[in-house]
Design a protein. Structure first.
Length: 178
């Protein structure tokens, strides 16, 4: 398969927003802070289950011809199979707003290609680094970000206070210049 990563433009308005697809919850990342740095462990669940987040609500026009926001699409044979949205934040970091890949294309390198596009965009904008937030229960995503080179920078146990999310902890990952 030959995936192609393209920057979202006005001709692609019908491709965003994309519906959320289920992902498998196999365990969770357990962050441990020793006062200086984060260490991580994993807890695998005896019985995996699937989770689907509500569909994103955002205006795709925000990502068109905007020097502070960009969206990238992963295309295969004319079909969008993944997307990533990124923007420049107050701290001069690029922040990944969302990374989504269709189930049948996960594990094929699409996430890495989309992340490479976001990192390249961020370097063009001159941000200090790149960051994102995910949940401790999204262990596959946590593993991907760590393998890509992100480091855990912090957690927030209060972000997900709605009843449907109370079992989740927000994890903040960063890639900062050396």
């Amino acid at each position: 398969m030959s995936y192609k990563i393209i920057r979202f433009d006005v001709s692609m308005l019908s491709l965003l927003p994309r519906p959320q697809e289920p992902f498998e919850i196999i365990g969770k990342l357990i962050p441990i802070y020793d006062g200086r740095e984060w260490k991580i462990e994993e807890e695998l669940f005896d019985v995996p289950y699937e989770k689907t987040y509500p569909n994103d609500t955002f205006d795709p026009m925000t990502y068109i011809d905007n020097p502070n926001e960009a969206a990238f699409l992963a295309m295969l044979d004319g079909k969008c199979v993944g997307s990533l949205r990124v923007g420049k934040r107050w701290n001069n970091n690029a922040f990944i707003d969302d990374l989504a890949i269709d189930r049948e294309h996960r594990g094929q390198g699409v996430g890495t290609m989309l992340m490479d596009a976001a990192v390249a965009w961020g370097k063009e904008q001159g941000p200090h680094g790149i960051s994102l937030e995910t949940q401790d229960l999204n262990l596959y995503a946590c593993r991907f970000y760590l393998k890509y080179g992100f480091k855990l920078g912090g957690i927030d146990r209060l972000v997900y206070t709605a009843p449907a999310y109370r079992k989740e902890t927000a994890l903040y990952f960063y890639i900062l210049p050396q």
